[in-house]
Design a protein around this ligand. Structure first.
Ligand code: FCB
Length: 430
């Protein structure tokens, strides 16, 4: 059982020339003077940051490569940047930490957009080339996430226009999604065919959905449509190879990538919260979504509901893929570490319960190791087991780091007991 924390390159290192730096220059973050800059200063501190992992009882670490640094010009890979990734993976090996490497975590080189981005069918070849080069540079990496949250990315970038490339068109979003999923299939095939074998999955953001008015048929229908668009389309795609992506009043896309189930080695779930949907009517926006706080626990600092039961629901849906499941992200933004401890405890209980029930959960990653740059929200939300002082880049351990270690002992202990029992049954021929 993998027990670890997750980060992404841009959010802790910054220091890149990519589409997000452009976005920041155009003052498109919620706080218009926000810049990622050097983020948490991880570029200088990466070794000491990674040395924190064994101290929080982690046996795994999910992180991403920064595409714009590795391939600053199309087809030209930067040897020094590849070497740094080799060193990083080598250092994790020395620490006995299992690396989980994400190839695409929201950011892109600028040339990628000049060439047409994900609407260009050639994006599939560019992404395969990236997987080939990074895969060859990191032969010891056995677990890969090709894409982080493709649905969030296309909804935010191609339909809502909130993040790069800032478009607002369902047809463009659908084209981008098709190429992203084809790119996943190609990259996953490349990575799993490498000598020694490896597996690749997608980290899919799943929300729990509820009708805003429990007695409203229209709110319930909207929930069904929202779940299909957001959660189930990817679950179905990875189980069957058929993609049906649609939303009332927006559009519909149907396509097929028969290889998807065969080449995907696990299903990653990023779970944070529940949303309530309320029907508004056509024409225009069909509905609205809200984060509610029905139990008066308070919303998180990103305004999200704390709803551990939702993890239970989305895991059941994820299990329909028939793939091993890894919770690739789960976390809370809060300045109150007591709330983080309650959050961790409640979500780990659900993971433990699923292991007891024989579910194929093979990993859990808390978001995040450190406070970091939270995209449109800038540096205000605090997700870290370690606090970052942005004036000095000093790290300070939060008490939740200790709880994370002890929960890890209990959850991974359950997983090994289950494995031993299964081996025992096999040996005794039962
Ligand atoms: C997820 C993203 C991650 C981080 C967390 C809070 O959706 O994958 O980069 O921003 O949310």
């Amino acid at each position: 059982m993998l027990w670890g924390v997750a980060t992404s390159a841009y959010q802790i290192e910054g220091a890149a020339e990519n589409d997000w730096t452009e976005w920041e220059r155009q003052a498109k973050l919620h706080s218009s003077d926000s810049r990622c800059g050097k983020a948490t200063g991880h570029t200088e501190k990466w070794r000491s940051d990674l040395s924190l992992l064994p101290t929080i009882g982690a046996n795994a670490y999910r992180y991403s490569i920064e595409w714009s640094r590795l391939e600053p010009r199309p087809g030209e890979f930067d040897e020094a940047a590849l070497e740094l990734e080799r060193e990083r993976a080598g250092y994790l090996e020395q620490l006995s930490i299992h690396p989980v490497v994400t190839l695409h975590h929201y950011t892109h080189p600028l040339w990628f957009w000049r060439e047409g981005g994900w609407e260009n069918p050639r994006s599939v070849d560019w992404f395969r080339r990236l997987a080939e080069r990074v895969g060859a540079a990191l032969p010891g990496v056995r677990t890969w996430v090709t894409l982080n949250e493709p649905i969030v990315f296309v909804l935010g970038g191609y339909l809502g226009g909130m993040i790069p490339p800032g478009q607002k068109s369902f047809a463009s979003a659908a084209r981008a999604l098709e190429h992203l999923l084809r790119a996943h299939a190609e990259a996953a095939a490349v990575l799993s065919a490498r000598p020694g074998g490896a597996r690749a999955g997608i980290a899919h953001n799943m929300l729990d959905f509820a009708p805003d008015r429990a007695d409203s048929v229209l709110d319930r229908k909207l929930v069904d449509a929202g779940e299909r668009l957001y959660n189930r389309s990817v679950v179905e795609a990875l189980s069957t190879g058929d993609v049906r992506w649609s939303f009332p009043g927006e559009g519909k896309a149907v396509f097929s990538i028969p290889d998807l189930p065969r080449v995907t080695g696990f299903f990653g779930v990023n779970y944070y919260s529940r949303v309530h949907l309320r029907f508004r009517g056509l024409p225009g926006a069909v509905g609205e979504f809200f984060y509610r706080d029905p139990r008066g626990r308070g919303l998180t600092d990103t305004g999200w509901e704390i709803h551990p039961e939702g993890l239970d629901r989305v895991l059941r849906d994820a299990a329909k893929t028939g793939l091993p499941i890894i919770v690739t992200e789960n976390g809370i933004a809060t300045g109150n570490d007591r709330h983080r401890r309650t959050f961790l405890h409640e979500h780990a209980l659900i993971v433990g319960h699923y292991l007891d029930a024989g579910m194929p959960i093979e990993g859990y990653f808390y978001w995040s190791l450190l406070d970091n740059f939270e995209w449109l929200e800038g540096f205000r939300p605090r997700f870290g087991l370690f606090e970052v002082d942005y004036a000095t880049f000093a790290r300070r351990r939060r008490p939740s780091a200790d709880l994370f270690a002890s929960l890890g002992r209990s959850v991974t202990g359950k997983a090994s007991a289950r494995r031993d029992a299964a081996n025992g049954r096999r040996l005794s021929g039962l």
